[in-house]
Design a protein around this ligand. Structure first.
Ligand code: PRP
Length: 215
């Protein structure tokens, strides 16, 4: 017997938004809502199951084909890259990557090589490479806003959603890098072997968005 179509969801807010969308599509997500500490949960009649994982791991599981589909932020996709298909922009989880600095700083003034702190060194490197600008990048794991406050860096490249974290720490957006939202990704082999199941789900999601736009 073939296993259910397996979809990896990024735990947390994207998981909640995805479950909300799947319920709107008519899938019973009671088990996910009442998951306790379980990590693999059936959806609807059990022909789909979801796997709850951290964002980077969603990509790893989809790339390796142990999950057919995944819901993950464009931020993680841009940082990790990898071999998979990006099928849909799901529209939720909207935020942006931005270069932020201490309030009032003129980032591009002066000649010295700037230091940038980020949880996203690859995104940061490509952003400055595109400008032909040489920068030192320091990888930080969390609360990257600390780096300029502690004078470790001249700026940060990070996710900005409401802007509250920057504001409350005396920082401001200096330049937008790119917009971010949740994406539906697929393993390339699954796209062939489970084409009709994936297409059915993708079509339902597309119709859901079309109807949403009309209302
Ligand atoms: C992100 C980001 C900022 C914050 C921005 O962190 O790194 O710190 O959200 O949100 P805001 O503009 O609405 O204030 P997140 O909360 O995802 O935590 P993390 O440090 O674990 O990534």
């Amino acid at each position: 017997m073939t296993r259910p179509l397996r979809i990896a969801l990024t735990k947390g807010r994207l998981e909640k938004d995805t479950v909300g969308m799947l319920e709107q599509l008519g899938y019973d997500c009671t088990q996910v809502r009442e998951k306790g500490r379980r990590l693999i949960l059936p959806i609807g009649d059990g022909s789909i199951e979801c796997v709850l994982a951290k964002a980077n791991d969603v990509i790893t599981y989809v790339e390796h084909g142990v999950c057919d589909l995944g819901v993950v932020g464009k931020d993680t996709i841009l940082e990790m890259q990898g071999k998979f298909y990006e099928l849909l922009d799901l529209g939720f989880g909207r935020c942006k990557f931005a270069l932020a600095v201490k309030k009032g700083t003129d980032f591009y003034s002066g000649y010295g090589v700037k230091t940038i702190a980020s949880k996203y060194p690859n995104v940061t490197r490509r952003f400055f490479e595109a400008k032909g600008m040489d920068v030192d990048i320091v990888k930080i794991e969390g609360s990257v806003e600390l780096a300029p406050l502690l004078e470790l860096s001249d700026g940060i490249v990070d996710i900005v959603e409401t802007g509250t974290t920057l504001k409350e720490n005396g920082l401001e957006v200096y330049e937008d890098v790119c917009p971010i939202s949740a994406r539906l990704i697929a393993n390339s082999v699954s796209m062939k072997l489970r084409q009709s199941e994936i297409e059915t789900l993708v079509t339902k999601i597309e119709r859901y968005f079309e109807n949403k736009e009309e209302t």
